[in-house]
Design a protein around this ligand. Structure first.
Ligand code: DGI
Ligand code: FE
Ligand code: FE
Ligand code: FE
Length: 187
């Protein structure tokens, strides 16, 4: 799919603010893919579609999780997690995206997981460091992304987990597994 067509499809689904975020993720993902040797076209497509389901009604997402036999654990965790796997499903259904690597990059962009592919890491990190992200820790992760993609992943995961713990929220198992995987492999 061409960039303009993909952006038009996504724009209808998002608020202006979230669309601007998506443009930021697209630019950052293209940069990271070029730097680390991921497929730039796939990174662009996954970035454009990564938040496609962000504003779907909670009930619709819940129904898709049940009907498509996604991990039932999702339902007891924060619904912020749902738009990633539901998005992967909907962009195949509604936008005809068939590339499994692209679909997985969307599927795991919020939780992460152990053993992420280069493309999945590019999207996860781009989502965290795109220029519109101004939360504490974003600059540190940005600097790390210039040196080492795994280091940036680890920082983003650590900050996300710390943020959840401070808010007394549960941490989704895949997020912990993503973090442990990087620490056990790279220290
Ligand atoms: O959709 P975005 O805002 O661009 O970013 P995202 O898809 O990374 O979603 C971030 C939100 O998801 C943020 O509010 C924290 C939440 N989140 C990420 N990992 C976990 C999580 N929430 C819970 N409860 N558990 C997690 O492991
Ligand atoms: Fe998201
Ligand atoms: Fe994220
Ligand atoms: Fe996002």
């Amino acid at each position: 799919m061409e960039r303009e067509q993909a952006l038009a499809a996504v724009r209808e689904q998002l608020t202006d603010h979230r669309y601007q975020h998506t443009l930021g993720v697209m630019g950052t993902a293209i940069e990271l893919a070029g730097k680390y040797g991921a497929d730039v076209a796939k990174a662009e497509l996954a970035a454009i579609f990564h938040d496609y389901a962000k504003f779907r009604p909670k009930e619709e997402m819940k129904q898709i999780i049940i009907e498509q036999n996604m991990n039932r654990d999702l339902l007891v965790h924060n619904e912020e997690l749902w738009h990633a796997p539901v998005g992967a499903y909907l962009i195949e259904q509604e936008a005809g995206i068939r590339d499994q690597e692209v679909l997985d990059a969307v599927r795991f962009h919020t939780s992460g997981k152990a053993g992420m592919t280069l493309l999945e890491k590019v999207i996860y990190v781009a989502d965290y460091i795109e220029p519109g992200r101004i939360f504490p820790g974003a600059d540190e992760a940005r600097a790390a992304a210039g040196r080492d993609l795994d280091e940036a992943m680890k920082l983003a995961l650590r900050n996300t987990i710390t943020f959840l713990l401070k808010k007394n929220q549960a941490v989704y198992p895949l997020t912990i597994e993503a973090y442990n995987d990087l620490v056990l492999k790279n220290g």
